[in-house]
Design a protein around this ligand. Structure first.
Ligand code: TRP
Length: 332
């Protein structure tokens, strides 16, 4: 059986980069896999989160996923903290993973920066919790972006070491799913920086909660250069903003970059931006409308998450019982 697990942090708004880079692919995977999608609130608190914002963000991210096409009836959608098996298995993995392995994690080095001594223990152990997320369900496939590949490698190492140490084959080796058209969306203000929820400029990103007017304004203000659009990929060299807008156009219209270039060759940015706005509004508008409806009803979202968590626990509980027995923990 092929089982997908993936997680998204409830910190800040979902934006176009999340949608084109990840969520859209999660939606497509529902055709071929049994999918478990998790709003990872326990990962979020590795850096301080204001409680009311964490609550609102968890609901908003869940609403965004449903609005974008995740089906919480056919698949499983829940927030991490509602299944204690994640934290339970993460503790076991804290005892399997070696300090040397975690010391190599580039994301920790980046996030902790110069203030390593002051980073939370949770931020350091973050990859062990991520391994637990995946392996508590024996997930076989994990859609991840470039930035999470190293963490997935670590999950594979942990699975292997557990199996070796205890002479078992409980855990599968989860495979990364690198999806063909996953687009790396860059900031609208700087084509060399990834679109990010932590960018201080709100004009740098298009949020899934943006109205048509917001989208139009942000695309109008997007940084460009004075040249018209080129006809082929060679002409994008040294023009990161042009490249980004063309790639967004291609992703939103489901065509290749070359086809997007062919369709827009020689256009001035003013004209291209109008078309890109119409395209973005046509794709994001319906998601936005659905999301507004969903976020206005907390009880519906909370109910979806609670039911999802119950189904998640039904899968992880027998796996955890097996893990505990393997370790030698006494249980009735
Ligand atoms: N660390 C991932 C991120 O920040 C989120 C995540 C948590 C995840 N657990 C996961 C992704 C398990 C894939 C599988 O993007």
């Amino acid at each position: 059986m092929k089982r997908v697990f993936s997680g998204v942090q409830p910190t800040g708004n979902l934006h176009l980069g999340n949608y084109l880079g990840a969520i859209r692919n999660w939606v497509a995977l529902q055709e071929d896999y049994e999918c478990i999608y998790c709003v990872v609130d326990q990962h979020a608190i590795t850096v301080f989160q204001h409680p009311a914002e964490l609550t609102a963000s968890t609901r908003e991210v869940a609403a965004g996923l449903i609005a974008a096409g995740i089906d919480p009836e056919k698949h499983i959608l829940f927030n991490q903290s509602q299944n204690p098996d994640h934290a339970n298995l993460a503790w076991v993995f804290n005892c399997i993973a070696r300090l040397g392995w975690l010391n190599r994690m580039t994301q920790f080095k980046e996030k902790a920066g110069k203030h390593r001594e002051n980073a939370s223990v949770g931020l350091y152990a973050y990859p062990n919790l991520m391994a637990a997320d995946i392996l508590a369900y024996k997930a076989t496939h994990v859609p991840v972006g470039e930035d999470q590949k190293q963490h997935l490698e670590l999950a594979r190492d942990i699975a292997q070491k557990f199996n070796n140490d205890f002479k078992t084959n409980i855990f599968p080796q989860p495979e990364p799913l690198i999806l063909g058209t996953a687009t790396r969306v860059m900031s609208l203000r700087d084509g060399t920086n990834k679109m990010s929820k932590s960018d201080p400029s709100k004009y740098s990103r298009i949020n899934l909660t943006d109205t048509a007017d917001d989208i139009a304004q942000k695309i109008r203000k997007a940084k460009t250069d004075p040249e018209p659009l080129p006809s082929s990929a060679d002409g994008l060299a040294g023009r990161p903003e042009a490249q980004n807008l063309i790639e967004i156009f291609a992703a939103l219209s489901n065509v290749s970059r070359d086809d997007a270039l062919a369709a827009n060759a020689g256009k001035q940015f003013s004209k291209f931006k109008e078309e890109l706005t119409d395209l973005a509004v046509s794709v994001l508008g319906p998601i936005n409308t659905e999301m507004q409806k969903l976020v206005s009803d907390d009880t519906y979202i909370d109910d979806v998450l609670a039911k999802g968590a119950e189904r998640a626990r039904a899968i992880s509980e027998p796996i955890m019982a097996d893990v505990f027995k393997t370790i030698g923990f006494v249980a009735p």
